[in-house]
Write a protein that binds this ligand. Structure first.
Ligand code: TA6
Length: 351
């Protein structure tokens, strides 16, 4: 029986079959064992059908960590560590149906962050279908021991009507051996009319946290920010780590390249490293906004925090032929945090 199932899994272990196989054989313990064994031995990258039949790519590392990316929006919707714990938040009410953006994971905001322009909020890249890039140009860094996928977006004629610029947007999603998650975007101006274009950008990352009232963000102390709840007025942050007791929607300007999110209850620290993305947005809708969002659960604000590597204050301008690169690297490390004695510098310098 087990031999037969193993052969079946191997026979079907090409692109789509695997997901189907897991769902249909979940009951039989022996079957689950085989599936589990097969799962860990799966190819590091796989394409399969996800929710509502939308195509997704799964990246796996042999130590157990994994990432799932939907071609719809090139949106990461799952990042699990070697203990199979989910590190990103996706709303239980998220809608996986175009043209609605998926509520959670890592939406990519391009060519416009939020309402900083005349396009729809956060631009259109997050509700377009991307494709796998069969021949990406050489990549700046060595990805030999990493698992990755290259995705590409080019504007349609419809897109050109709302944003009259030709571009190639490539994103490489990489899962590192230690379970780190890297997103590297390369945006090239391919206008043939000699025109430059400008854009704003964000990796709108939704981190999963145990309890928002127990979370601190380190690395943004004393910085200036634009408060989206006060007509984007400019203020300066106070000296201590940021904690949360109400709605927050702030764009921190010219931040350090490393920011840490400390989840006390989970004894976990998320470290965000970023390049080419000078700003960082911090967002939690709290209770009222949560209730007002149809694709967000009323209490879900307690278990998520968006900290977004971004370029907002100074739009990026590219002349034809020029290319911009923006990278974020996320890692989740156990934090030796014990009630207020954490040394922030060690977190930001050490890991
Ligand atoms: O990044 C923060 C923010 O711009 C907030 O103002 C809030 O609107 C959030 O994004 C979510 O935006 P969305 O368009 O996904 O509902």
């Amino acid at each position: 029986m087990i031999g037969h199932l193993q052969r079946e899994i191997e026979r079907y272990s090409n692109t789509h079959a695997q997901c189907f196989f897991e769902e249909s054989i979940s009951s039989a313990e022996a079957t689950a064992t085989v599936a589990a064994e097969a799962a860990t031995e799966k190819t590091p990258m796989e394409i399969c059908k996800g929710i509502n039949g939308l195509e997704k790519v799964i990246l796996r590392d042999i130590r157990g960590s994994s990432v799932e990316i939907y071609l719809y929006g090139a949106q990461v919707t799952s990042w699990k560590n070697e203990h199979r714990e989910e590190l990103l938040f996706v709303s239980s009410k998220a809608i996986f149906k175009p043209p609605k953006p998926i509520r959670g994971g890592i939406p990519i905001c391009f060519p416009q962050f939020s309402n900083h322009g005349s396009l729809e909020a956060h631009g259109f890249a997050r509700n377009r279908f991307w494709s796998i890039d069969p021949s990406p140009p050489p990549f700046p860094t060595n990805s030999s021991n990493k698992t990755f996928v290259d995705l590409i977006l080019k504007p349609t004629e419809e897109d050109m009507k709302i944003w009259p610029h030709s571009f190639e947007f490539r994103v490489r999603v990489t899962l590192g051996p230690a379970g780190d998650l890297m997103l590297t975007s390369r945006i090239r101006n391919t206008n043939t009319d000699g025109k430059p274009f400008s854009f704003t950008f964000a990796y709108h990352t939704y981190f999963a946290v145990s309890d928002i009232s127990e979370v601190r963000v380190e690395g943004l102390e004393t910085l200036d920010y634009l408060d989206n709840l006060q007509n984007k007025q400019r203020f300066t942050e106070q000296g201590d780590a940021i904690t949360f007791e109400s709605e927050v929607d702030k764009i921190y300007l010219s931040t350090p390249t490393k920011i840490a999110i400390l989840d006390h209850e989970k004894k976990r620290t998320f470290v965000i490293r970023k390049d080419g993305l000078p700003d960082a947005v911090v967002w939690n809708p709290w209770d009222k906004k949560a209730k007002a969002m149809a694709d967000f659960g009323d209490d879900e604000y307690k278990h998520m925090l968006c900290v977004e590597a971004a370029a907002v204050e100074k739009p990026i301008t590219l002349k034809p032929g020029e290319e911009w690169r923006g990278r974020q690297e996320l890692s989740a490390v156990p934090s030796s945090y014990c009630s207020g004695q954490l040394d922030p510098q060690r977190v930001l310098q050490g890991s």
